[in-house]
Structures are given as structure tokens and as C-alpha cells.
Design a protein around this ligand. Sequence first.
Ligand code: TXA
Ligand code: MG
Length: 350
Amino acid sequence: MTERGAVLLPPSPAAIARAGRLLRAGALVAFPTETVYGLGADATSAEALERLYAAKGRPAHNPLIVHLCDLEDARLVADFDDRALSLGAAFWPGPLTLVLPRRSDGPVSPRASAGLSSVAVRVPAHSVARRLIQAAGRPIAAPSANRSGSVSATTPQHVAETLGDRIALILAAGRCPLGVESTVVDLTRQPARLLRPGGLTREALEAAIGPLAVPSGAAEMAEDARAPRSPGQFSRHYAPSLPVRLNVTAAGPNEALLTFGPDALVRGGVERANLSPGASLDEAAANLYALLRLLDKPGRAGIAVVPIPESGLGAAINDRLRRASAPSGADGTTGRPPLDVTRGADHDRR
Ligand code: TXA
Ligand code: MG
């Protein structure tokens, strides 16, 4: 037990079997994937999904990703066209989520889709996630294991800090290797749309199925805010408590500095963390959320971030940093509460 109440267990066969039983009984279980920790619930149970939305503080209109063991199981949940079949064959198991027409005769509760006619499906690569889905014997809905709108969790300790008092069990298997969430592609449209850059690069996807459309611009954001097609794409998201300022050349007064590559910019006295001293974007992605959490300390003026290259995983890193730096009220829901340094680690943002 932790002080916040969750049980943390290493992923032994007995612990995974126990987690599977808990999921079948409608409880919430956090588990590692190759991207970030997920907060899992039985995707076939509307009650379990309600519990999941409540624990995360997730708006009811933001749908969930359904995790499955393989492409064959995913085909019971969603309708796969040729593009979907070829993407699934090429990139699963792995950090790719496909948004597809939901099968009404499938096992998944419509609650996972939050009122949409589509459903998001993914086959994770992490062995613990795969063994857990098998042990549960049913599809698992799993958003990132953080309070809605705040920084995702890449270690079991991150999960315990913010959700520990709300979940039955955390399967604790160390750091997630990729560190940023899966890439989300909407295949319900032609051409396919890149809804969220992530662990699988756009370059790899486009080599497989040709050019992707990328939603952008104020008009589309406004349209999505009125009738969200991917509500998790609201601007403000993945955000620490402190304001985040991007593309800086130096930290301002009392700001912490998040750097990348050799620390030429840094002068003494500035609290700082380096995403990757060797300028590796893969290493930077793996470190991103842990370092944002590390620098997000009460009493600071904010977090300043140096420019990060846009290639490879840089696209996902910059996407998360842009959303973390979006102004108050840009999350399409209730906006950012006033900074309250007394609240400490409880990132209670909706
Ligand atoms: O790497 C990941 O994808 C992690 C791990 C745990 O698998 N999960 C994750 O889930 O990041 P979450 O809930 O934090 O993000 C899911 C994203 C949200 O932006 C959501 O709006 C979008 O996928 N999404 C889910 N279902 C959708 C749908 N039917 N149509 C459009 N977007 C959808
Ligand atoms: Mg998330």
C-alpha cells in the first residue's frame, strides 16, 4: 500500500492474474504500456467505464481507447477497411491507435465511444499490457493514467501520486520505454487524419498509406470544440500546474528551464533539467513527462523550454509542449484554475 491507498505490485504471473480478476469485477487497474501507463477498465462494462471517467475526472464527451491482444480481436470491435488492415498488420503491436467505425454487434460498451459512431482501437506492445488483456479475457479501455488535462504518467510512482486513492491496483513495471502516447489516426474519413502525433512517426505512417490530413487552424479547432470528434485534442492538455513558455533562449526570473542537447544556454543558478544531453529525440520523449513533473514545483514562476527539433518523435514532443503551454480556458472545458501553490502534487484540473 502507498500513503494514497493503491496497491503497487510487480507484474508477476500472480499479480497479473489478480489484476485480470479485478478488471472482470469492474475495478480499475493501472498498467504499463510501451507509451505511458494506462488506467484500465473492462471495456464491455458501462459501469466500469463510468468509474473510469469519474476517477480520471474526464469529461463525458471524451472517448476512450480500447486495447486488444491482436488484429483479429480488434476486428470484433470495429470495421476495418483495407487501409486499416494494412496499418494494423504493419504496426501492431505498437504505438498506433486507429479510429474506425464502431461495430454495433461488438462486445464493447458504447460508453467507450462517448456518443460517437466511431471507436479507437490499439494493440499495445508492452508484454505486461498484453498479458493483462489476456488475463482479463476481454477488451480493456485505457486512457493515460493521469487526472484529466494534466501530465501523463510514465512510472508507477506518477500513477500513485495522482490516482493512487482511486484505483484498486497498479502493476508496477518501471519506466515506459517510449514515453509519449500512441499516434491516433482517424480512418473514418478520406484522406486519413492524424488526430494526435505520437510514438509512431508520421513519416512511417505516410510511407504505408500515403499523405495524412492534419487538422489545424482556428476554424477547425472551433468546429471541434462545438462538436468534438477527438475531444482529447482540445488545446490545453498534458499540462503541469505552472505556466509553460516555449522556444526560449533563456529562463526568466524564477523560471525553471527544460533543455535539450548540450547545455550551452544555461548559466548558473537556474533550476534545470535536460531532456537529452546527447540531443536524441527518442531519449527526450522517454524523459518528457517525468521532467515536466520534476520541474512543476510550487513557488516557481513557470517552466521555460528551449526549442526542440520537429523531426521523428519531436513532432509528438512539440505537440504535448504546445498543449501544455496553451493559455487558460483553451481546453474546451472549464479552463485552467488559478495557480494554487498550496495544492501541491494534486493536479486536480478537469
Ligand atoms: O498511448 C496511448 O494511447 C495511451 C496508452 C495507455 O495506451 N492511452 C491514451 O489514452 O493516451 P487517452 O485517453 O489519454 O487519449 C486518447 C485519445 C484522446 O485524445 C481521445 O479524444 C482520442 O484518443 N479518441 C479516443 N476515441 C476516439 C474516437 N472515437 N474518435 C476520435 N478520437 C478518439
Ligand atoms: Mg491522456
